[in-house]
Structure formats: C-alpha cells, structure tokens
Design a protein around this ligand. Structure first.
Ligand SMILES: Cc1cc2nc3c(=O)[nH]c(=O)nc-3n(C[C@H](O)[C@H](O)[C@H](O)COP(=O)(O)OP(=O)(O)OC[C@H]3O[C@@H](n4cnc5c(N)ncnc54)[C@H](O)[C@@H]3O)c2cc1C
Length: 593
C-alpha cells in the first residue's frame, strides 16, 4: 500500500457544494414568506454550467438592457466544463476536469449551437492545426489493454490495440495497431477464449441468421453488448471481460448495460456480418475526428461565455487568448454590472408570486436569501426541481425525477515526464476490469500562449476515468447510477490516490516509472451528477419518452433548460435547451454565423 502523500484533493462536486441541496432533499424547509426581497432582476438563471451561461447569453442578446443574475452552487462556473490547472517544475499544465471536447460538430451540432460558437469567436478549423494528431503516432505509440491480476491472473499490458473508437483523435492509418491475430495472441487468456475473440475481430459471421435487418436491429436494441458477445458469439466470461469497462468513459456504464445496437453504432466488433443498414449519422459521428478540444476542454467555452457576459472579468477577445487569460473572480458579482454571477449559491425555492414574478430563494454562506425576477431559466439539475417548486403535477414531478445523472470521476495526474510511456510504446490504456477504465496522456493541443508537452522529458497531464457504478444486471441504469453515486460519495481522496499509485505502477513500472518520484500533483474531479440521462433501449420504450417532453415544458415564468431537458449528455444539448428556454420566455434566438 503506498504511503499517503496528499498530492491534491477532491474537486468538482465537493461536499460544500452539495450541502444545501442535500438538506432540501432530506426535508429541510426554506420559507421565503418572512424574508425581505434583497434584489429585483429581470432574469435569474439557476446554474452556471454551459446551459445556464448560454441562456444568459441568449437572453442578453434579445434584451440588451436586462439585469441578469446567475446563481451557481459550486465555487466555480462552467458546471462540468471545468478547468484544471496544475503547476509542475515552473510549468503550467492545463487539463479538463469534466466536459472534454466539442464532439462531432459537423454532424451532431445544431445550426443554433454552431452559431453560438461563431459568436464566441470559436473557429473550428483552428483545431486542425492546434491539435497535433501525429505527435504520439510519430513516436511509435499505440493504444493498449491492461490485464489485471485480480481478473485475469496476471498484470500484463498488451499494446497495439486495433479496436476502433467513436470519433478518434488519432488518424486511422496511424494507430500503430497490430493485426488482431498478433494483438490477441498476447492476451493472458486460455487458448479457447483467445480463439473466440479472434473470430469476433476477424470473421464477418452472421450470428443472427434467419432474421431480417429490422428484426436484428430490434433484437440488438433489446439485449446488452455483453449478452450479444456471450450468447450470440459464444464468448466465455474471460473473453467478454476484455470489453467490460471499455464503455465506461462514453456511456458511464459497463457493456452489460449498453444496448448491443449502441455498441454497433460506436465501433465495437462483431457486427460486420449482420448486414445492418449503415446509419449515415452514426457513421459520420464515428468518423469525425475528436480534435475540437481546448487544453482545458469545454471550460474554454464557459470562460468565453463569462467574458462576453461580464467583460471586466478578463482581458482579450479571441479563442486563443482565453486559454491563458487570468480571470478576476471579484468581478463576477460586482455591483453595477448588468450581468452578475454569484458562486456558492444554491437555489432551493422557485415560487410564483403576485404579478407573474418569481420569488427565488437561495442559500449563500449558510444564509437563505430572496431575489425576485420577471422570469427564471432553470438550468441546474432538473431532478432538484420537485423539491424547489410547489403546485407541480405528479406527471411533471416524475418527469424531473427521471433525470438521474451518471456518477463519474476524472482524475488528473501531473507527472514530471512521460518517458516510461514512450519506452513501453503506449499513449492510452483501456483497463477493462480495473479501477480506472481509461488512462491516457493528455491530448496534445497548443493554442494561443499555451504549449502542450511535446518532448517525453517534459511534464505532462495524465487523464484517468473512473465510473463507480457497479455491474448490476438486476438494476436498471438509473438505479445502478444511484447506487454508483452512493459509492462515490463514500470514497475519500486517499482512496483515489492509492488507486492511482497502484494502477500507474502496474502499467508503467516496467517502463521505469516510480510513482513516488514521478507524480507531481493530483486533482480528483468528482461528479456525483455527471452525464445527463439519455434513453437506453434496454429500459426505455422510446428514444424520447414522454418524460423528456413533459419535463422541459415551462411552468409559468420558469423555463426549463440544462442538458437534462434534452435527455442528452452533450454540450450542444445544453446550449440547444438554453435557446429553447429563452425563446419560451419571449427571447429571440436567431442564428448568427
Ligand atoms: C466528466 C464529464 C465529461 C464530459 N465530456 C463531454 C464532452 O466531451 N463533450 C460534451 O459535449 N459533453 C460532455 N459532457 C457532458 C456535459 O454534461 C455537457 O457538456 C455540459 O457541460 C452540460 O452542461 P449543463 O449546463 O447542462 O450541466 P452542468 O454542467 O451540470 O451545469 C449545471 C450547473 O448548475 C448547477 N446547479 C444545479 N442545481 C442548482 C441549484 N439548485 N442552484 C444553483 N446551481 C445549481 C450545477 O452545480 C452545475 O454547476 C461531460 C460530462 C462529464 C460529467
């Protein structure tokens, strides 16, 4: 067991950020009646994640003189779009504590969301030169799978992984992948398991014979990928385990809860021989490069939005200068500003008051405060709304309760150099039965005044993903996520640090890595309420069930936004829902390119 070193701490959704919200859930009453009104504004926005910030932006555009107040429970704006700053040997390392990239903007982003990027000065073409797609391939590095001794009997790293990824940052021909036969031959598995896997990777077998394409699709939507592997491809458990947590990062669940049809759409092997129709959009999403990434992830979008809403907060006006711009947090909530953003402020009550106004109660510094607004955009966690609003129909209440979010953790580990990675020939590791399911070198992006690590002798940030949700086929996805959240909130910082030391040593030890010497800093971004829920065909009858429609309908002058309202865990959904909510309040949200 490593010696506790306390190289960092728990960030993201901290206990302090949750206190008032969890008290509300547990029955605490907040009575606004006896309180005087502290402030009157035109719009209150609940939550300063990408959705809340976009809502404020859209509202400001159509009501230039409006006074807007954003209330955010965390000590930082941006929600999941969270910047990580680490300093190693005098060098600044930027990283993303949550929302990572603008994914597949060519195919998945609406005209409205793209238009917002344009207004913020984000030129997507710039990423083609800022993101160095050939740095790691040029050093001969590949992806690898880690076999851990608890599940597979031995710790072993197998490089040259040829498995395709949804929206890859590495160009197709430069994966440094081995052919499936050579790759699988190195797996520490019985020969029978290896033979099964080789068939899965290389044979165009129709494992669902006698069915039409539509029947196959219906079946694949109703079974998990794990069931597809074990029952239709005949893989044994050891072979299926090589995929178990490969889906964690993208879906926040294991392959036993990912519909086989979704696995097909995101590049998992085993579907070539089924003769399924090619879905143009899924194919395009799969193919579009994963390069639309700022060094601090989508936090740069949040920072661009805040700088536009409150210009005195930071200098500059380009997508380049925002990356290193120093933000003056004392300006976020400055008297006299038309838009104010108040951190550490949890909204606990939204009450309709006389004249159609909305009374907003929020807890700041342990004290309940009251502000009155002409209108509200609720862009926080929609599952909190039943506790915050009274006189709501049961149907609506249920619709909001259905917005369970996924628990997940991004651990950011700053290391003094990445020579062991180069020695071992690897830039990214899938850990299908371990603690951190994905472990990788940071994306190589240099932009504005920020330069990413280019030489293996330089410090670099490592990115590690942990999903605490256990494999529980007896629970539906939301129940499993709730259980995962409980486990996550019970875990200490030290637990994560120990796991980081342990797994990095198992992977990189043979390359000369010494955790005690080489790790310089650790930041654990804990997201109890992470990805918004999207329909899962194993548990939901429709892609957009009635709950999704009912949940986003406005209640008087309270319009409902956030990615929860879109039932979609993407930045563009957060933006689209903000635009819709503002339109419902009478805002004009035209597209500007
Ligand atoms: C680890 C991780 C990685 C991701 N990666 C990507 C990615 O690469 N690409 C992508 O498109 N999407 C990604 N996402 C999805 C991400 O959720 C969206 O990109 C987007 O950031 C969601 O914005 P949002 O405003 O809807 O929600 P959030 O980011 O959750 O923001 C809502 C904010 O409202 C606050 N809030 C909630 N209730 C209240 C209240 N009552 N009072 C005050 N404040 C409140 C919350 O604390 C939060 O700060 C990722 C998410 C996570 C967790």
């Amino acid at each position: 067991m490593p010696v506790p070193r306390h190289l960092g701490g728990l960030l993201g959704s901290t206990d302090a950020a949750f206190t008032a919200a969890h008290a509300l859930r547990d029955g605490q009453k907040y009575d606004l009646g006896a309180l005087q009104i502290d402030e009157t504004v035109e719009l209150v926005v609940v939550g300063a994640g990408l959705s809340g910030l976009a809502a404020a932006h859209f509202y400001r555009r159509s009501h230039p003189a409006a006074r807007i107040l954003l209330l955010e429970n965390h000590d930082e704006f941006g929600g999941h779009a969270r910047r990580c700053e680490q300093h190693v040997d005098g060098r600044l390392l930027l990283g993303y504590g949550g929302s990572e990239s603008i994914q597949s903007p060519g195919f998945m982003w609406s005209a409205g969301a793209l238009s917002l990027l344009g207004e913020l000065g984000v030129d997507l073409k710039r990423f083609e030169s800022c993101f160095d797609r050939t740095l790691y391939p040029g050093l001969g590095l590949s992806r690898a799978v880690l076999f851990t001794r608890e599940a597979f009997g031995v710790d072993k790293l197998v490089t040259g992984d040829p498995t395709p990824m949804v929206a890859d940052d590495i160009p197709k021909g430069k994966l440094n992948a081995r052919n499936a036969a050579a790759f699988i031959a190195d797996f520490p598995l019985p020969e029978a398991s290896r033979t099964q896997l080789l068939g899965l990777y290389t044979e165009a077998r129709d494992v669902l014979p006698g069915k039409s394409a539509a029947q196959k699709q219906a079946l694949l939507a109703s079974i998990s990928y794990r069931t597809f592997l074990t029952q239709h491809w005949g893989l044994d458990d050891a072979a299926a385990n090589t995929f178990q947590k490969r889906s964690h990062d993208f879906f926040a669940i294991g392959i036993d809860a990912v519909p086989a049809l979704d696995a097909a759409a995101t590049g998992y092997p085993g579907f070539v021989g089924l003769g399924l129709p090619v879905e143009a959009n899924a194919e395009a999403e799969l193919e579009e490069p994963h390069i639309y990434h700022f060094p601090d992830g989508n936090a740069s979008l949040a920072r661009l939005l805040v700088r536009q809403l409150i210009p005195s907060v930071a200098p500059g006006d380009t997508m380049e200068d925002v990356v290193t711009a120093r933000f003056d947090y004392t300006r976020l909530d400055a008297a006299g500003e038309q838009t104010r953003l108040r951190l550490k402020s949890t909204v606990v009550a939204l009450n309709a008051s006389a004249g159609g106004k909305v009374d907003v109660g929020y807890v700041h510094g342990g004290v309940l405060r009251r502000v009155q607004a002409r209108a509200v955009v609720a862009a926080g966690y929609n599952s909190m709304l039943p506790y915050m609003m009274s006189g709501i129909t049961d149907q609506k209440r249920e619709a909001w309760r259905a917005c369970v979010r996924a628990p997940l953790v991004y651990a950011k580990v700053a290391v003094r150099n990445w020579e062991p990675w180069v020695k071992l020939g690897v830039h990214e590791v899938t850990n299908p039965m371990g603690f951190f399911s994905r472990i990788k070198l940071d994306y190589p992006v240099s932009i504005g005044g920020y330069r990413c690590a280019r030489s293996p002798h330089e410090p670099i940030g490592l990115h590690l993903v942990h999903v605490p949700t256990p494999s529980r086929p007896d629970l539906d996805q939301r129940a499993a996520w709730r259980l995962g959240r409980e486990l996550l909130l019970g875990a200490t910082y030290q637990h994560f640090e120990d796991k980081i030391f342990d797994e990095l040593t198992r992977i990189l030890g043979p390359g000369g890595f010494d955790a005690a010497r080489d790790i310089a800093a650790i930041s654990i971004y804990r997201w109890g309420h992470g990805y918004a829920y999207g329909a899962n065909s194993l548990y939901d009858k429709a892609r957009k069930p009635a709950d999704a429609v009912v949940g986003r309908q406005r209640v008087g002058n309270v319009a409902i936004a956030s990615s929860d309202a879109g039932w979609s865990a993407y930045a563009q959904a957060a933006i689209d829902e903000a635009a819709r909510a503002v339109q419902e309040l009478g805002g004009r949200v035209g597209h500007r390119r």
